[in-house]
Design a binder for this molecule. Sequence first.
Ligand code: B12
Length: 456
Amino acid sequence: MKTENRSTADPPHVLCVNPWIHDFAAFDFWLKPLGLLSIAAMLRDAGIRVSFADCLDRFHPKEDQPVKTARDGRGPFRKTPIRLADALPPLDEPLPRMPNTFSRYGIPPEWFKKDLESLDRPDLILVTSLMTYWATGVAETISVIRSVFPDVPVILGGKYATLCQEHATAHSGANLVVAGHGEPALEEIFRQFTGHGLDSDILNPDDPPFPALDLCTHLSYAPILTARGCPFSCDYCAASFLEPRMVRRSPDRVFAEISHWHHHFGVKNFAFYDDALLVNGPDHAYPLMEKIICADLDLFFHTPNALHIREITPRAADLMFRSGFKTIRLGLESANFSRNRRHDIKVLADEFFRAVSALKAAGFDSRQIGAYLLCGLPEQDLDDVAASMAFVRKAGIQPVLAYYSPIPHTPMWETAVSSAQFDITQHPLLTNNSLFPCVPSQDGIHRISRLKNRLV
Ligand code: B12
């Protein structure tokens, strides 16, 4: 938890909070609240005093256990088992399936409370949110905030706020729930809740300052976003609802940001948060990678969001290899290329093989390359998943199962609601991918677990 003090005469004090995760499993898979920290940076530029409290801080000063961090910067969160029944409101019918543990991931509530108590009373509190099914973690965070600052306005934004605005308004405990980009709403939020004006020129989501990652206790990696949006509209994905426009940042500016975190904070690992990093590559990602190669900084890049397979040309693969990409994830989804496949096909078998060959020819090791395969979709035949895994292995790379979680406002949502084994509209937590809402039987779930563990 850090506070930034500026000398401007009595500027408002804003506390930004990254909430806990409640889930059956979670890991710091390069998870940083990029949007919240971008907003924090804009507010600082406007002379506002900004503090940050991070419920997911793996490097919290009170941490007394050894912090495990892999070479790529990722690592486990602290985990405290909690009772699912305490987090969820009573349901109309009992859940037919339940994985064994449900936990709070992040720092203990006592630490969070002490961190809040050590701060000057803020004038405004901004809370972010990520996965819709982490809704109860957001509500718990806000209830602790309320216990310390009962009369400070709490504003909630982020993905859960945007995708489940009605639910968040009714259940998060926030005074206001903002859907979509926070920047256009901030001027009015400040006027309404603090009486302080804000210069709207600095509130531009298309040209953000470097995010205020310096407010984090320690950076074992940094997130990088080179562009918002995605030119595709896959029916399971909310990207086109969340980011209807494609907006690209200049390669020079992105390179300056990477250099900044490396030179001033010693960051070596960077995770790209883009939905479509290589799309329009010759004008966008290629010049960025060329700059990285010229600077010879010996950095490591990861693409946990899938890359578009068609964009992996020999040139793209060569630039990625030489600029230091270490983790490559391809968005294959399925190796069922038949016309009657349920969701659209973005890539053909020979395009996939061409992309893998280009990556290998550039120098990538097969363990560095994984292909995401969607699993647990409505009416999905699990034989297809098994065949897709075999297909990916045959290409000499790793299959990576991505379990489907139904997301409101996506084209697949209604189908998911009607094929789910329980009423997923009752609470966002019921869309958690660990519950496999759209897999019809326990046998199916067991089969998925055997597939994951390479037992079949
Ligand atoms: C980058 C990313 C990731 C990163 C991590 C992101 C992070 N922040 O930690 C990685 C690659 C690790 C990841 C992983 C996954 N992801 Co993801 N990811 C994204 C992605 C592409 C961008 C998110 C992002 O950072 N955007 C950029 C920042 C700048 O935006 P932002 O944080 O939203 O902030 C803006 C606003 O929200 C708002 N705002 C934010 N906070 C606040 C606070 C206040 C007070 C206000 C007013 C406003 C405000 O203003 C900000 C600035 O404009 C989105 C899709 C998308 N296009 O949004 C999916 C998305 C969030 N991911 C999704 C999924 C499903 C996953 C996975 C489960 C995939 C899988 N099956 O394995 C995993 C699971 C992660 C886990 N369980 O640990 C889903 C979410 C589904 C859901 N139910 O909520 C999305 C929407 C994609 C999709 N499929 O539709 N993801």
